[in-house]
Design a protein around this ligand. Sequence first.
Ligand SMILES: *[C@@H]1O[C@H](CO)[C@@H](O)[C@H](O)[C@H]1NC(C)=O
Ligand SMILES: *[C@@H]1O[C@H](CO)[C@@H](O)[C@H](O)[C@H]1NC(C)=O
Ligand SMILES: *[C@@H]1O[C@H](CO)[C@@H](O)[C@H](O)[C@H]1NC(C)=O
Ligand SMILES: *[C@@H]1O[C@H](CO)[C@@H](O)[C@H](O)[C@H]1NC(C)=O
Ligand SMILES: *[C@@H]1O[C@H](CO)[C@@H](O)[C@H](O)[C@H]1NC(C)=O
Ligand SMILES: *[C@@H]1O[C@H](CO)[C@@H](O)[C@H](O)[C@H]1NC(C)=O
Length: 450
Amino acid sequence: MVKFRMLHIIAMVVALLMMSVGGQREYKSAVGDPGMKRDGLRVAIEAWNQCNEVHEEAPNMGSPRQADCFDLVRPSQSQYKLAHKVRRKENKLGVKQATIDGMEVIDSNKFAAWKELLLAEKCKVRDHPRPWHFWMVMLKSGNMDTEAAICPKDGTKSSPFAPEPRFPCFGEGCMNMPSIHHRYTRLTGKRNRTMHMNGGFFGTWDLDADMATAAVKENVSYYSITWEKSVGKGGWVFKHVLKTSPKYPWLMLYLRSDATRGFSGGYHYQTRGMTKIVPRSPHFKVRFTLDIGQGGGNQSQFYLMDIGGCWKNDGRACDGNVTSDVTRYSEMIINPSIVAWCTPHNLSLCPPYHTFSNGSRVHRTDEARFPYDAYHVYCSPGNAKHLEAPYNLCDAYSNPQPQEILQILPHPVWGEYGYPTKKGEGWIGDSRTWELDVGRLSHSLYFYQV
Ligand SMILES: *[C@@H]1O[C@H](CO)[C@@H](O)[C@H](O)[C@H]1NC(C)=O
Ligand SMILES: *[C@@H]1O[C@H](CO)[C@@H](O)[C@H](O)[C@H]1NC(C)=O
Ligand SMILES: *[C@@H]1O[C@H](CO)[C@@H](O)[C@H](O)[C@H]1NC(C)=O
Ligand SMILES: *[C@@H]1O[C@H](CO)[C@@H](O)[C@H](O)[C@H]1NC(C)=O
Ligand SMILES: *[C@@H]1O[C@H](CO)[C@@H](O)[C@H](O)[C@H]1NC(C)=O
Ligand SMILES: *[C@@H]1O[C@H](CO)[C@@H](O)[C@H](O)[C@H]1NC(C)=O
């Protein structure tokens, strides 16, 4: 995925993906749990190395996928209970069990893909037009051991090469999986006469560190995701914390609504998720509340919204073939310290053209009209054959397949779609409920296709 450093970021999110149906104000939800209002939560977590794989499981942690899925039941008028769907033993399943239980011997990458299907089956909620599974928390470390050649290059086998500053690595084993600790959601008593629920996941990549102090200790990486809700009231509130360390300087944490089936961006296998209807540009919007408690310094990117998808350069749908599938991402960075790298002097970092909301297009060489400040950086897929020079290829190692990334910044050209128009909007101390016209925005963005 994307070069992304982040420290101490706390966010609260309530998401709703809406699709317009005919009339102006009539919406149909594309996600299984609109507004996160359902008392029975469905949430899963996954952890990846630089190329969205496992390679090797962390000791005693099993495969780095777990889920917290439950229904709220009411055995009597005065009593509530949470009926959990995934047991501790199932959450701890790892590639070792696959061989013990007489299954085919498979590697830890394939096992993680299989475990997603297993957890999804347990968490599945029946619905129309199809069942849905869980919100997905994704953790990722940007460390890469260039000498170990663990990650493929644009989907093809890679060879070892000398370390480069753009790939942090402290030495052998730098691509390890984090620990994943799980506080199963529970009822925590009454607040304001309403029953309250909370739960979470937390851990560290510094596996030798003391977990009890990792959250506060200097130079120890840490993450936590907690969620809470009052029974029958409001929506789930998610709180995220992410802290880097000298050994793990580049860490990522996402909360995603994935399609319930198909090949989504970043994966070469079928995934499971929350989005029961795959939205189509330009007809969908996303509504959520975001409150950023603390920034992560001047190198930290924080995405207001990240859209990921997958299609081949000739426009065909992805089919899991890692040399011809291309994952595509676009995200708006709202940390005000991040500046535009796309300038009239660095055209290779700009998309070839910009499309205004009225449909008119302007080429990146048109210095009078091209909105350079609206773009942090653009990079092209490594397997593209007809790129317009000058170009800048995306990191060939950070996804299982070639990728394309368009990172945008707050700017008046995005105001039409409900996005921030000025630096600092939506940042610390400026909590907002956003209603982003992600469908129309994504319809106007440049993506390579021939
Ligand atoms: C209880 O309700 C009051 C009034 O609505 C509110 O200000 C307060 O934050 C609530 N307390 C908790 C713990 O939710
Ligand atoms: C944390 O790491 C930095 C850089 O490696 C070092 O200068 C500092 O002394 C460390 N702090 C502690 C408390 O270990
Ligand atoms: C970024 O922050 C570091 C550490 O606080 C500081 O040394 C550096 O000058 C800052 N860079 C910019 C461009 O603000
Ligand atoms: C994958 O795509 C490449 C490039 O288009 C093609 O040469 C290859 O035959 C495909 N592999 C499979 C298994 O379809
Ligand atoms: C942008 O252009 C300037 C001047 O041409 C150059 O010095 C700099 O290295 C370029 N930056 C990038 C990130 O390519
Ligand atoms: C479209 O909008 C752009 C930017 O506001 C403006 O420069 C251009 O003249 C408009 N084109 C038409 C056909 O209205």
